[in-house]
Design a protein around this ligand. Structure first.
Ligand code: URA
Length: 205
C-alpha cells in the first residue's frame, strides 16, 4: 500500500479512536493535515475548541498566526503537515494527562514515519518536551537537534506569541531561520538522547 494511503488509514483510525477518556468528550478528533513527503511537520499540544468543532488543526487565532509565519518564509499550509501530540481536545483546555499521551503516542510516531519530514517543529513547551524530554523550551527553542531519527527544531507556541510581543518577536526570529536549517547538512547538529519517538527511526541517521 502507498504511504499516503497508509497515512489516510491512520487518520481514519484516529477519527474513530476510543483509546482514552477524551473520545467521550470530543466533538471531532483532529488527526492532523498534510501530505506524505512534507518537508516540515509542525506539532502542537492538543486541539482547542475551534479544532474540536472543525476537525482541522490550528484553525483558530493561533492557526492564523501560524499561517502568517508560514507566508513570511514562503511556505503554504498545503505544503506542510500540521498536527498535535494529542488528537482530541482535553476538556476546558486542561493539559494532557500522561495516560492520554500514552494512548495517542503511536499515532504521531506512525504519522511522522510515513510523512518523513526533513524537519519536525514542536510548537511550545509541551510538544518540545514530548520530543526532547530533558529540554527546557527557553533553552532549546531556535536550536536544531537530532533526536529519535528526526531533526527537531523547537519554537514557541503561536498561542503564547499572541499573549506576548516579546515571545512573538522570538517566534518570528526562529521562523526566519527555518529555510537555512532545512538546507543545512543535518549531521552538523548535535544528537540528544531520550526521545519518545520510536527507536527504529534512529537508523535514519
Ligand atoms: N493549539 C494547539 O496546540 N493545537 C491546535 O491544533 C490548536 C491550538
Amino acid at each position: 500500500m502507498k504511504s499516503q494511503d497508509l497515512l489516510d488509514q491512520i487518520n481514519a483510525q484516529i477519527n474513530k479512536c476510543s483509546g482514552c477518556r477524551l473520545c467521550k468528550v470530543r466533538i471531532k478528533a483532529v488527526p492532523g493535515e498534510g501530505p506524505v513527503g512534507s518537508l516540515l511537520a509542525f506539532v502542537g499540544e492538543a486541539p482547542g475548541a475551534n479544532e474540536d468543532r472543525s476537525g482541522t488543526p490550528f484553525c483558530g487565532r493561533a492557526g492564523d498566526l501560524l499561517d502568517r509565519l508560514l507566508i513570511m518564509i514562503g511556505v503554504k499550509r498545503s505544503q506542510i503537515w500540521v498536527g498535535n501530540v494529542l488528537k482530541c481536545r482535553p476538556p476546558e483546555n486542561r493539559g494532557p494527562m500522561v495516560d492520554e499521551v500514552r494512548a495517542c503516542r503511536t499515532y504521531l510516531e506512525k504519522q511522522l514515519e510515513l510523512i518523513g519530514p526533513r524537519l519536525v517543529i514542536p510548537l511550545g513547551k509541551f510538544a518540545t518536551d514530548h520530543f526532547i524530554p530533558e529540554a527546557r523550551i527557553s533553552q532549546v527553542k531556535g536550536i536544531p537537534v537530532r533526536s529519535g531519527g528526526f531533526l527537531i527544531y523547537p519554537v514557541y507556541h503561536p498561542a503564547a506569541a499572541l499573549r506576548s510581543s516579546a515571545v512573538l518577536a522570538e517566534l518570528e526570529k526562529d521562523f526566519k531561520k527555518i529555510p537555512a536549517v532545512l538546507s543545512a547538512d543535518p549531521h552538523q547538529f548535535p544528537i540528544v538522547g531520550g526521545s519518545k519517538i520510536s527507536e527504529n527511526q534512529v537508523s535514519l541517521f
